[in-house]
Design a protein around this ligand. Structure first.
Ligand SMILES: Cc1cc2nc3c(=O)[nH]c(=O)nc-3n(C[C@H](O)[C@H](O)[C@H](O)COP(=O)(O)OP(=O)(O)OC[C@H]3O[C@@H](n4cnc5c(N)ncnc54)[C@H](O)[C@@H]3O)c2cc1C
Length: 292
């Protein structure tokens, strides 16, 4: 790894000033579980690393004003240990529980996951089905962006050169069921071959999102519209799963063939629909759901 200058600001303003000063030559740091690996491989070679972990105002996880607020410095482990997340955003809790391993989760963050913006990111699908909003801040001030508008491609986002993500909010919903299903090659540290999140509310509004099967996470809106207002049956779930495939554009890579991804997404969406309805009806808590 090349030498780099290390800066540890104690406020967001200081972090923005440093980023303004060094621009593309600087990278923000949270857990470092993506950043340092990319630096070690020489994929990126920042001259300056701006460590955000010294900024106390980025560490918060609370429910207020009809939403759940999560600060940038909150780790996956802290999400798993949160009763708010487990009860109110169970699909995100399940995704957190399936990220990497305990060691990685103790330092890695949800916000780092979003900002790294790889297609297989665990956080995408559960946040898409809850219409989460991310908070960005830079020299021109603060802005809120729907998570669905945040990604623009593989490792590309709407973040400007001097902007950082300070956190996000997830609207509180009552009487719903949701699930996150990850397909991986084995237990333990492996990125998703495909990820599916399904959400349903008591009025039979369905939301379906898939990750690792297109350049960014996607919402299967055609399938959602088809199911809207309908009480789910096995047949409807199968038809909706077929429609959901129209939203994806998977590739073949070292983790899976394109054909296997398509085949398994069909199964995962159907299972996700059935599981989310069942959870809404029975109040079953979040469970880790990994297909191998
Ligand atoms: C062994 C291993 C297994 C893994 N398994 C999984 C897995 O199962 N699922 C999964 O989704 N991921 C996995 N990952 C990837 C990684 O752990 C996650 O993406 C993690 O959530 C990244 O968070 P971080 O805090 O470490 O980010 P960092 O590495 O600190 O940052 C990631 C990127 O975002 C930028 N950045 C950081 N903070 C901000 C900010 N506030 N504003 C703007 N830009 C910012 C950084 O400059 C960097 O480019 C794995 C990684 C390893 C090493």
């Amino acid at each position: 790894m090349d030498n780099f200058r290390y800066i540890k600001p104690s406020t967001v303003d200081e972090a923005i000033s440093s980023k303004r000063e060094y621009g593309k030559k600087a990278n923000f740091l949270l857990g470092g579980t993506d950043l340092f690996i990319a630096m070690d491989k020489g994929v990126i070679t920042p001259e300056v690393v701006i460590d955000l972990k010294g900024i106390k105002t980025l560490k918060y996880l609370e429910e207020k004003d009809g939403a759940i607020f999560i600060g940038a410095a909150v780790t996956w482990t802290e999400l798993i240990e949160s009763e708010i997340i487990k009860k109110m955003v169970p699909a995100l809790w399940e995704a957190a529980d399936l990220v990497a391993s305990v060691g990685v989760r103790n330092t890695a963050t949800l916000v780092g996951n979003l900002c790294n913006a790889v297609p297989s990111l665990e956080s995408g699908a559960p946040l898409y089905v809850r219409d989460a909003v991310v908070f960005l801040e830079g020299k021109d001030g603060k802005r809120e962006v729907s998570v669905k508008d945040f990604f623009t491609g593989v490792k590309r986002t709407v973040l400007k050169d001097d902007e950082l993500m300070t956190g996000l909010k997830i609207p509180v919903v009552k009487e719903f069921g949701e699930v996150y299903i990850k397909m991986g090659r084995y237990e333990g540290e492996d990125l998703a071959q495909a990820g599916v999140s399904v959400f349903v509310d008591k009025n039979n509004n369905y939301k379906i999102s898939l990750s690792a099967v297109a350049v960014t996470p996607v919402r299967a809106t055609k399938a959602e519209d088809f199911l809207k207002g309908k009480k789910l049956t096995d047949e409807l779930a199968a038809e909706a799963a077929e429609l959901a495939l129209e939203a994806i554009a998977p590739i073949s890579d070292i983790r899976s063939s394109k054909e296997y991804r398509i085949h398994m997404c069909r199964i995962m969406v159907k299972r996700g629909l059935i599981a989310s309805v069942s959870r809404m009806e029975t109040g079953v808590p979040a469970l880790s759901t990994r297909l191998i």
